[in-house]
Design a protein around this ligand. Structure first.
Ligand code: HEM
Length: 485
């Protein structure tokens, strides 16, 4: 059998891939050595900017299958009939650390799903937590700066982490969640996923509903204690990646059941708290879970860089029947993702196979730019309207319009009262068993006691006291005990 020939990037055969061309046996190297120059130059350009958050991640392909009828609430085509399957790509991630970090850490996990529907790609870019730390996107860069590496010490600093939380009472619910047992999932397979935000569904009649998505793991929830996580991270920094890859290779395909909570749009204005506040959950007794379908992952990507690193999810990739709510955080995210991807991957990132529509094709007048890999519409007209059968608009909005009122300005979220920031944190604490409470208190105290300033500690203690007096007292005592040691 003849051997495959090694070639340069332009396809010419390479004569020697072990020895550079030199002027004489021991002499300096020659600039005419195309193989050497190209190889070194290409290597220098292998890295691209990592995601500014959620840099570490793992991905897999699979499908979403509708099991229950939701056509009364949305006319989204991929949810139209039970039994219908849609191909998906899912990327899981940690949030705060850079690519070189470890998987088994206390941190929220990303849970991003790309549905390749016949009406275009629908991206649901959520986390493994139903709530978030802040409720206005203008605070996001400050929040992330406080959680990532300090500009001077080059590492995550308890001072910064807790200083930001101390100034952000709305974070108390998510902090309670993160410091509890679910704060360190054992693997990506053993955790739930949440859309977290409130989204909008619209049915054929144009009626609007607000919805929250819940992906419940069928593998069961499994978590690691702080001590177990340290051991796992020390043995295999890529423990989540190893687990997901190997499970799918063995044919043990992970799955999740998708449920939604549905609120008729008219109920939003009078609900007892702002239903678009990302720091809150909707109690299930008000809006019960309704089953929608099953998410199954059954195929590993062939190439991590091409498919996982270059994957681009954007919360503003909606399909007809699904749209945004007025959640301010979501509104901010509608801008941030595609902008980040134009920087990280380039303006033509939507042409990459993992990001391009699969069940339909993109057809528009966007042209050119760096790495314009497709035919760019060939000889078709690149303006609209035109007289040459180019693609035209449908005239049908993707989702129902959102009602607005009042004046422009920098407003606090509607329906906001001061105790709002704490009551669900308190409810979560009171729901925990005695053992869970003890671990939660120990985890918080372990972090908070490392803070160097008393005022930062006091501000945080005040939040736990406000959530539940017993919760506050126990954290305070545990912090004091650790600081006296
Ligand atoms: C990734 C911004 C809040 C989940 C990212 C990226 C940016 C970003 C710029 C990197 C995108 C890329 O380079 O491809 C923001 C802003 C937020 C916000 C400005 C608030 C205003 C959230 C929330 C969630 C979330 C609330 C979950 C509910 C994710 C996930 C990824 C991500 C899962 C990784 C997606 C992937 O796997 O590629 N975010 N984010 N983010 N964000 Fe956010």
């Amino acid at each position: 059998m003849s051997k495959r020939v090694l070639t340069t990037e332009s396809g010419a055969p390479v004569a020697d891939n072990q020895n550079s061309a030199s002027a004489g046996v021991g002499g300096p190297l020659l600039i005419q050595d195309q193989q050497l120059l190209e190889k070194l130059a290409r290597f220098n350009r292998e890295r691209i900017p990592e995601r500014v958050v959620h840099a570490r991640g793992s991905g897999a392909y699979g499908y979403f299958e509708v099991t229950d009828d939701v056509t009364g609430y949305t006319h989204a085509d991929f949810l139209k009939s039970t039994g219908k399957r849609t191909e998906v790509f899912v990327r899981f991630s940690t949030v705060a650390d850079s690519l070189g970090g470890a998987d088994a850490v206390r941190d929220p996990r990303g849970f991003a799903v790309k549905f390749y529907t016949e009406e275009g790609n629908y991206d649901l870019v959520g986390n493994n937590t139903p709530v978030f730390f802040i409720k206005d996107p203008i605070k996001f860069p400050d929040f992330i700066h406080s959680q990532k590496r300090d500009p001077f010490t080059g590492k995550q600093e308890p001072d910064n982490v807790w200083d930001f939380w101390g100034h952000s009472p709305e974070a108390t619910h998510q902090v309670t969640w993160l410091m509890g047992d679910r704060g360190i999932p054992a693997s990506y397979r053993h955790m739930n996923g949440y859309g977290s935000h409130t989204y909008q569904w619209t049915n054929e009649q144009g009626e609007a509903f607000f919805v929250k998505y819940h992906f419940k793991t069928n593998q069961g929830i499994r978590c690691l204690s702080t001590e177990q996580a340290q051991e796992v991270a020390g043995k295999d920094a890529n423990s989540h990646q190893t687990d997901l890859l190997q499970a799918i290779e063995r044919g043990v395909n992970p799955s999740w059941t998708l449920y939604v909570q549905i609120m008729p749009a008219a109920e939003a204005a009078d609900y007892r708290f702002n239903p678009f506040d990302l720091t809150k959950v909707w109690p299930h007794k008000d809006y019960p879970l309704r089953r929608v379908g099953r998410l199954v992952l059954d195929r590993n990507p062939d190439n991590v860089f091409a498919e996982v690193e270059q994957a681009a999810f954007s919360p503003n990739n909606f399909v007809p029947g699904i749209g945004p709510s007025p959640d301010k955080m979501l509104q901010g995210r509608l801008f941030a993702y595609a902008d980040a991807q134009r920087y990280r991957l380039g303006v033509n990132h939507t042409l990459l196979p993992v990001n391009a529509p699969r069940a339909t094709a993109a057809d528009n007048y966007g042209r050119d730019g760096f790495m314009a890999l497709n035919g760019q519409g060939r000889h078709a007209k690149n303006y609209e309207p035109n007289s040459y059968d180019g693609p035209v608009e449908t005239g049908r909005p993707l989702s129902a319009p959102l009602a607005v009122n009042g004046h422009t300005g920098t407003h606090e979220a509607p329906q906001h009262t001061k105790d709002d920031d704490f009551f669900q944190a308190g409810e979560l604490y009171r729901l925990m068993s005695e053992d869970e409470k003890s671990r939660l208190v120990a985890n918080i105290a372990g972090g908070l006691s490392q803070v160097s300033r008393d005022d930062v500690i006091e501000r945080n203690l005040a939040h736990f006291h406000a959530a539940d007096p017993e919760y506050g007292k126990r954290v305070e005592e545990a912090v004091r005990a650790l600081r006296e040691d």
